[in-house]
Design a protein around this ligand. Structure first.
Ligand code: PLP
Length: 445
């Protein structure tokens, strides 16, 4: 099987594609050849407006020269340095720069940074830090982890265990001692809401229920996405995150925000932590950290957590955890250049000025056939379609393919279409996105 549209087309057989219907894809491949600004160019030459910032990660838009130059320079200066018991300046510089823009600002004190290679690794790292911290402070019975239904925390065993998407879990063994809060999606009470829905803060009380069931002294941490992205954009009800924070604090449970999607400006604030004004103990990030250019993740830890682990003999390794590619020089160079662009162009808060127009443009899709809900916050939108009774997911998939062919990249989960454009998006791009999407929805059976 080869791609008909590529010169010297490679065979498509060897590459086992992730989270892809491989046989369906290879029968009718969609290949991207290049990217610049807000657009991809597909291998057949047609331009595709990027409605998803790649995979929620290209926040500053594509083809940024400053990042390319920084990576090239770093590659020619120091291509790799061992990450264990050795260091290099770019890793310290990037951690320091991140600490300066850390979630919640200086008062939050989330200014200790552990580097990983991806969002999944950030999640597993945060869960392990939480367990290590509890033990370090004499709370070693706290080994239980709490996630939430419909949560997506990547694909490591920690992440799928606290995650709540059944297809990512059913085939695989889970970590023991994990339980889940109920999800907050409530179409009956909260449909077609701009921003945070009114109903559902009480769902945070689920954590009290789990404390009553298991005992607080068994629970190390609770992890949630402040805005659940991959499951189809679920915005937290008003007051929900605040209550979760209170309950965690009351019971000595660490609160982890998975900001792999919401981090770096997606909501119109630097982090969801800033947007909602709720400060967790650990924050996981990746994606926008390097504008998606070089794989990397980072966990922000509170100083209290970090310092609690800096005990024992100075010659002892404090945390038996890390990756060959933690703080990789190229990723750090890319990340530093990315932060520079975010600062120069005000991208971490740019979404705030566009959010209202974004919401009204997307909510104009209300009334189109099959649309049963629309959710928006910052520069994110979820458009939920009525599933076909005999083929759940098929309708949204067909919309996705139609959009791509007509020049718009969207992302689909089940029958929910998600939009999350690069933060450099302009009003005319928003108009084009919603036009192509409306036409595709109208065409689908
Ligand atoms: N956590 C969240 C909230 C995510 O959205 C994702 C990816 O979409 C991940 C973790 C996993 O990130 P990665 O695919 O880089 O491992």
């Amino acid at each position: 099987m080869t791609s008909p549209s590529l010169k010297n087309a490679p065979s498509l057989d060897a590459y086992w594609m992730p989270f892809t219907a491989n046989r369906q894809f290879k029968a009718a491949p969609r290949l991207l050849a290049s990217a610049e600004g807000m657009h991809y160019t597909a291998s057949d030459g047609h331009r595709v407006l990027d409605g998803t910032a790649g995979l929620w990660c290209v926040n500053a838009g594509h083809g940024r020269r400053a990042i390319a130059q920084a990576v090239e320079q770093q590659l020619l200066t120091l291509d790799f340095a061992p990450s264990f018991q050795m260091g290099h300046p770019a890793a310290f510089a990037f951690a320091e720069a991140l600490a300066a823009v850390a979630p919640g600002g200086p008062e939050a004190g989330l200014d200790r940074v552990f580097f990983t290679g991806s969002g999944s690794e950030s999640v597993d790292t945060a869960l392990k830090i939480a367990l290590a911290y509890q033990r370090a402070i004499g709370q070693g019975t706290r080994t239980r982890l709490i996630g939430r239904e419909r949560g997506y925390h990547g694909v490591g065993f920690g992440g799928i265990s606290v995650g709540g998407l059944v297809n990512n879990r059913r085939v695989f063994t889970q970590l023991p001692g994990v339980d889940h809060l109920r999800h907050t999606h409530d179409l009956a009470r909260n449909s077609f809401v701009k921003g945070q829905p009114e109903h559902g803060a009480d769902l945070a009380e689920d954590l009290e229920r789990l404390v009553a069931l298991h005992g607080a002294e068994t629970i190390a941490a609770c992890i949630v996405e402040p805005v659940a992205g991959s499951t189809g954009v679920l915005v937290p009800p008003k007051g929900y995150l605040e209550r979760l924070r209170e309950i965690c604090t009351r019971h000595g449970i660490l609160l982890i925000f998975d900001e792999v999607i919401t981090g770096f400006g997606r909501l119109g604030a630097p982090f969801a932590t800033d947007y909602f004004g709720v400060v967790p103990d650990l924050v996981t990030t990746a994606k926008g950290l390097t504008n998606g250019t070089v794989p990397m993740g980072a966990v922000f830890a509170s100083r209290g957590i970090h310092d609690a682990l800096m005990h024992g003999p100075e010659s002892a390794i404090e945390l038996f955890h890390g990756y060959t590619y933690s703080g990789h020089p190229l990723a750090c160079a890319a990340g530093l250049a990315t932060l520079g662009i975010y600062a120069e162009e005000g991208l971490l808060t740019r979404g705030a000025g566009l959010a209202e127009d974004w919401a009204s443009a997307v909510h104009d899709l209300r009334g189109h056939r099959h649309v049963i809900d629309i959710r928006t916050i910052g520069l994110v939108a979820g458009i939920e379609l009525q599933p076909r009774p005999d083929a759940p997911g098929a309708r949204a998939y067909e919309v996705f393919v139609d959009c791509f062919e007509r020049g718009l990249l969207t992302r689909v989960t089940g029958d929910i279409i998600a939009l999350s454009p690069p933060l450099i998006v302009e009003p005319e791009h928003i108009a084009e996105m919603t036009r192509i999407l409306a036409e595709a929805i109208d065409r689908v059976a």
